[in-house]
Design a protein. Structure first.
Lengths: 95, 486
């Protein structure tokens, strides 16, 4: 698998990251180095091996349905760059 | 598919193909992965945990109740329950999605294939396939009309548990789509897994619409997002199908896209902002292990399910002698079905159904009250039906009594007693009335006897009128026939 400039630009756009065109080429080659490193794993045959989801013999922990959190708008909004009353405000999202 | 379902275009008939994705909010107290409250209508950002706001380091812990409700809903849809399912991240960027992804289920949902029966107006049923049901988080809410340059974000809804229920593209007209949504709502309300409140957004539908030449290959579909009532779903489909046919007949092609239904104008329009978002880059959420449970747990839930609308309908038809149509009307709301069963207990099932559906619902709707508020209880309506069954009053007179019951709040027996409305079954008394009617209409008697049998109805009417509506109609018929014959 290998990424070209266009793929890098597309991923940046999907993540809303601003990227100058002259950064695309170097970033593509950096990402490709990471990908080829990870691709070494492909040399292992994993046919009929179920995906490993945990390194410890654990089951998904579940909780009871009870209200135990919330009621803290100040904490939630503490780091908001902008707010209006108890709303976050962001640059207008056009529908 | 019947010809009547086709839309006639300039180049011949077209068939509509409809599938739906319904988001039903699980009626849980707290959110799917956090302990924040889900109650509707709170102050902005007052029901938000740091998990819902996606603060760094926060980890999701699943709500056991929500898992159980998804399984119950799956069982209600006669669906396959998957003992092993996986949560994935669905990645997209939007201002009201602080995580940058929605925790959802993709390749391995908690519920697989099932089915849902539509109750058609002619009393028949039609099966719509259910593709899957999965659990996922709701996003926050954006308000775009508060300021010219900013959008306001409220995360109260962020993280609320949704069941996304996906149908097969099995519907062929807007009526079926409406019935599908109504039936799904009925089922989740019977189960209590979702309150079905469309006004508060507890149920919302994404509608996939395409058109094709009858029997031809499937056309390109458009998805109409977030339609929040049965009526709007139907209007959106009607508009969208005609729009697509027009484009195709003009030689154009349909772009697969997301569209919005403008409820004010009754049209759908393209939502270009969502186009880029269709690359979701799903991958298993590393914060969550697979969701696993035992078949014995599922069996226990299944054994404890309440009687569901289809089973109730079948029982009403089989045990109480109702028509499929009447049975479907009564089971549509659990409250109505329970009311009917109380009225019908120990009485004639069909007579009770007629009274509940026609008279009771008629005056209830007119009153604008809820069933609980309405002055007529099941006991009171039952009392009225008893008076019909034992011939104290005729069915026709009973309607007047019923109106008085609604007006005064008194029970049927009291009203009949006070107003002297008791039906006359005493043949002697009825004969006397008939004699008077015949004496006053000797010319008509002669006509009748010379072969104009149509006049029989006239004599019945006159006799009933002269008796103040109290004469027993069957007795009147019988005695009149005898007397008129001479």
């Amino acid at each position: 698998m290998s990424l070209d400039k266009a793929a890098v630009a597309k991923i940046a756009k999907l993540a809303r990251l601003k990227m100058e065109p002259d950064r695309q080429e170097p970033l593509a080659s950096e990402l490709n180095r990471i990908l080829s490193f990870v691709e070494e794993l492909q040399s292992v045959n994993t046919d009929n091996v179920p995906p490993m989801t945990s390194v410890t013999p654990m089951k998904l922990r579940q909780r009871e349905d009870a209200v135990t959190d919330g009621g803290q708008p100040e904490a939630v909004l503490k780091n908001a760059p902008q707010r209006q009353g108890d709303f976050y405000t962001v640059p207008k999202v056009v529908e | 598919m019947a010809e009547k379902d086709y839309i006639q275009g300039a180049t011949g008939p077209w068939e509509i193909v409809i599938g739906m994705e319904v988001h039903a909010q699980v009626s849980s107290k707290s959110k799917l992965f956090s302990g924040a409250d889900t109650t509707f209508g709170a102050e902005p950002n007052h029901q938000v945990s740091l998990v819902d706001a996606a603060m760094p380091g926060m980890l999701p812990v699943i709500n056991a109740y929500c898992v159980e409700q998804a399984v119950r809903t799956g069982l209600g849809l006669k669906a396959q329950i998957n003992l092993h399912s996986v949560f994935d991240r669905k990645n997209y960027f939007y201002a009201d999605l602080p995580q940058g992804y929605q925790i959802s289920q993709y390749l391995q949902p908690i519920v697989g294939k099932g089915e849902l029966l539509l109750d058609m107006p002619d009393g028949s049923t039609r099966t719509i396939g259910i593709t899957r049901l999965h659990l996922e988080q709701d996003a926050g809410k954006s308000l775009h009309d508060q300021s010219p340059r900013e959008s306001f974000i409220d995360l109260n809804r962020s993280g609320v548990a949704l069941m996304e229920i996906v149908s097969e593209p099995d519907m062929r007209n807007s009526e079926e789509a409406g019935l599908y949504l109504k039936k799904l709502r009925t089922i989740v309300r019977y189960l209590g897994t979702c309150d079905g409140n469309m006004d508060e957004g507890s149920m919302r539908a994404d509608v996939n619409v395409s058109v094709r030449k009858p029997g031809g290959p499937l056309g390109t579909r458009c998805e109409i997002k977030n339609v929040n009532s049965v009526r709007f779903v139907q209007q959106a489909i009607e508009y969208e199908a005609r729009r697509q046919i027009e484009i195709l007949e003009d030689g154009g092609k349909i772009d697969q896209e997301t569209r919005l239904f403008d409820t004010g104008k009754g049209v759908t329009r393209s939502m270009r902002s969502k186009e880029e978002a269709h690359d979701y880059r799903y991958f298993p959420d590393p914060d969550l292990l697979p969701l696993e449970f035992e078949q014995s747990w599922v069996d226990g839930i299944k054994a404890a399910l309440p009687e569901l609308p289809d089973e109730k309908k079948a029982r009403f038809i089989e045990k109480l002698g109702l028509s499929p149509y009447d049975a479907a009307v009564l089971v549509a709301e659990k409250e109505s079905a329970d009311f009917y069963e109380k009225v019908a207990k120990g009485r004639d099932g069909k007579l009770a159904a007629n009274w509940v559906i026609t008279e009771y619902f008629g005056l209830l709707n007119k009153s604008g009250q809820s069933m609980e508020e309405f002055v007529i209880t099941a006991e009171k309506l039952g009392g009225l039906i008893d008076l019909i069954s034992d011939n104290t009053i005729s069915n026709r007179l009973a309607k007047d009594v019923f109106a008085l019951m609604v007006e005064t709040g008194k029970d049927a027996a009291t009203i009949v007693e006070e107003k002297g409305m008791k039906q006359v079954t005493d043949t002697g008394a009825i004969e006397k009335v008939i004699d008077e009617v015949m004496a006053a209409n000797q010319d008509k008697v002669a006509e009748y006897r010379s072969g104009k049998d149509k006049l029989f109805g006239f004599f019945v009417g006159q006799t009933m009128k002269a008796s103040g509506g109290k004469a027993n109609p069957a007795a009147v018929n019988e005695l009149l026939k005898k007397k008129l014959a001479g």
